[in-house]
Write a protein that binds this ligand. Structure first.
Ligand code: KG4
Ligand code: ZN
Length: 366
């Protein structure tokens, strides 16, 4: 461990910057204690979303995202300081942290340059943070009040986002190991691509889940009509695969269109069935890993973890066998508060970075 963390009994006020994809976010979080007992208090979390802009093209255009980050960073920064009631940046902020990867290169660069300029002019320490670690630590953030880590170990954490679908084994908080991941598309990507095929909005997961929820409430007990595949559901390892499912849906849509059977009702059924097969596979593999390592807790994170069907299935399937933890829905999707906690974690595991040489790494792994 890099720092003598047990000696740290004061609170660190951390300013975090996140621009890895299409959300410009800055947060200020109080963090204290060592890696195994991190305690957090959220002081401000501002997220400026570019969803409407990218909805027009049905996906994120990296250079457009970067231009928006450039526009949004300063107003978001000022708003975060105001919400957290920071009067004197130099006196009150202890550490600046910024997402250095993984993510879209032009988008990451905007946040990194902003953070470096801030660290240089204020002479504050800076540390680059892993976005994936941020998602894992989103479970340590609550909207209001103090979060004390009394999560029981070992933990299995499912990380499901637009670019990643991974399973982690956490034996202790200093030992986070990936044990499975998608071999092709991420689950969020699968939601987004299916939504695009069905001419729904962006981000696709949100539209698919809204459509499916409405359909289920009007058709209780609906039995699957299209029998979509559940890829790698019964494989022995802990990997995932979602590109075959996407292709099955594509061929099905083509067949239905050809036979003039493609209509609004079919779209609703496909959303319901796609959401069900994706969430079935995610829940099944996560619980299988939890059983195999005698885990005490299952945690979920990343944009897809905002999905209510996924949360409900976990609650139901776990049936008190494990503790189940999920972040506030606003903390599931990208935000800087989770980056603040990950930055605090990184601060104790290694030397701070130098603001003159810190670089992005768009393929960074844990
Ligand atoms: O973590 P995130 O905000 O950004 C990345 O790091 O990728 O995740 C974005 C992904 C998108 O694919 C989006 O469709 C998905 O999360 N998502 C959802 C829901 N909300 C966001 N997927 C399913 N159901 C949702 N409610
Ligand atoms: Zn993310």
């Amino acid at each position: 461990m890099y720092n003598e963390i047990n000696k740290l009994n004061h609170t660190m006020k951390i300013l975090a910057i996140e621009t890895s994809c299409d959300d410009t976010s800055i947060a200020i979080v109080d963090c204290k204690n060592d890696i195994n007992n991190i305690e957090t208090k959220l002081l401000a979390s501002v997220v400026s979303s570019q969803t409407k802009l990218h909805a027009r093209s049905g996906g994120i255009i990296p250079n457009l995202a970067a231009r928006e980050h450039e526009k949004n960073l300063l107003p978001v920064f000022k708003q975060a300081l105001k919400i957290a009631k920071i009067k004197d940046f130099n006196k009150e902020i202890d550490l600046i942290t910024v997402t250095r990867g993984p993510g879209l290169q032009p988008a990451l660069l905007m946040g990194l340059n902003f953070a470096k300029a801030l660290a240089y002019t204020t002479k504050k320490p800076i540390i680059g943070t892993n976005h994936l670690l941020g998602h894992i630590f989103s479970n340590f953030i609550q909207h209001e009040g103090v979060f004390k880590n009394n999560i029981k170990l070992p933990v299995v954490c499912l990380l499901v986002s637009g670019g990643h679908t991974q399973l982690y084994k956490i034996s202790n908080w200093d030992n986070i190991k990936m044990v499975g991941e998608t071999l092709d598309d991420a689950s969020g990507e699968c939601f987004d691509k299916i939504a695009k095929m069905l001419n729904l909005g962006y981000p696709g997961g949100v539209y698919i889940s809204k459509t499916a929820e409405k359909f289920r409430s009007k058709n209780p007990g609906y039995k699957s009509e299209f029998k979509l595949p559940k890829p790698l559901m019964y494989s022995k390892d802990f990997n995932f695969s979602f590109s075959g499912l996407k292709t099955s849906v594509l061929y099905l849509i083509q067949r239905l269109k050809k036979s003039k059977k493609f209509n609004k009702k079919v779209v609703e059924k496909l959303c319901t069935e796609a959401e069900d097969v994706i969430t079935d596979v995610l829940v099944s593999k996560t619980i299988k890993l939890a059983k195999s390592i005698d885990a005490k807790t299952i945690m979920i994170s990343g944009g897809v973890s905002a999905n209510q069907r996924l949360r409900d299935k976990f609650e139901k399937t776990i049936n008190n066998e494990f503790d189940f933890i999920c972040p506030a829905k606003s903390m599931s999707t990208d935000n800087a508060a989770m980056i603040a906690v990950a930055g605090y974690y990184e601060h104790f595991r290694r030397k701070n970075d130098d603001c003159l040489t810190l670089e992005i790494n768009s393929n960074l792994q844990i």
